[in-house]
Design a protein around this ligand. Structure first.
Ligand code: ADP
Ligand code: MG
Ligand code: MG
Length: 252
């Protein structure tokens, strides 16, 4: 049983025109087995929330706390966050020259578990997960993210999630740029991890369509750097029909 707890998180970023306040007091608790959807308009700070939890150096935490099972996540290095059980696909470099998917996954698994996976079961696990995601086995020998299509990047993300078995996974715009078939395959992958493990999922999205495949237990509406409304899955249906207009400008 794990708990990611975000309390009054405030984050700024340096821009050319000065320091910009982006997160303005975010409160959120994600427990094992729960799926939370964060939904909001473009530019509201959703990715900033993900990057801040990931430890991206561009984002400065000016207030609040993030803990995983009581441990101070904000005091951890990016590697330590992964080892603690946080999965944040965006923490990895866009391209990793000369490193194959296969080696990358094995290195990540070894770093997180503190020991190398047993070769025979590992090869079997990778094959099975790739098969489930309808990935050609040749993909394992490609260099990470080099020339990956949008869909391949997303599948690679979910492949990592399946193999690394995180306590809490944060998926930012996993649905963007996917056609309906790819969206279904990627969503099924997330659901397999949800069924097979006790992962807590934080699903960040602008559109409601992925929520037809991955059912959230809680929906949070995110506007202007904070959560302005919370509810169950029915809230996503309302957002689908009404959009975000009623919230915008109402959070100041
Ligand atoms: P969302 O993911 O909800 O679309 P973002 O977190 O990407 O929102 O961005 C929130 C706001 O912060 C936007 O106005 C964006 O331009 C700004 N912002 C985010 N990251 C940076 C950055 N690295 N440099 C400058 N501005 C940024
Ligand atoms: Mg974003
Ligand atoms: Mg489960």
């Amino acid at each position: 049983m794990s708990t990611l707890e975000i309390r009054n998180l405030q984050v700024t970023v340096e821009t050319e025109s000065g320091t910009k306040e982006i997160l303005r007091g975010v409160d959120l608790t994600v427990k094992s087995g729960e799926t939370h959807a964060i939904m909001g308009p473009n530019g509201s700070g959703k990715s900033t929330l993900a990057y801040s939890i990931a430890g991206h150096p561009k984002y400065t935490v000016t207030g609040g706390t993030v803990t995983l099972d009581g441990e101070d996540v904000l005091a951890m290095s990016v590697d330590e966050r992964a080892r603690a059980g946080l999965f944040l696909a965006m923490q990895y470099p866009v391209e990793v020259p000369g490193v194959t998917v296969s080696n990358f996954l094995r290195t990540a698994k070894t770093a997180i578990d503190g020991e190398a996976p047993k070769l025979r079961t590992w090869v079997k696990d990778v094959k099975a997960a790739m098969g489930d995601l309808r990935m050609d086995s040749a993909f394992a020998e490609r260099n990470v993210n080099e020339g990956f299509s949008g869909g391949e990047k997303k599948r690679h993300e979910i492949l990592q999630m399946e193999l690394l078995k995180p306590k809490v996974a944060i998926l930012d715009e996993t649905d963007s740029g996917l056609d309906v078939d790819a969206l279904r395959i990627v969503s099924e992958g997330v659901n397999r991890v949800k069924d097979g493990t006790d992962v807590g999922v934080l699903l960040i999205t602008h559109y409601t369509r992925i929520l037809r495949y991955i059912k959230p237990d809680f929906v949070h509406v995110f506007v202007d750097g904070r959560i302005v409304e919370e509810g169950g899955p029915e809230l996503a249906d309302r957002l689908e029909s009404e959009g975000y207009d009623r919230y915008v400008g109402a959070s100041a």
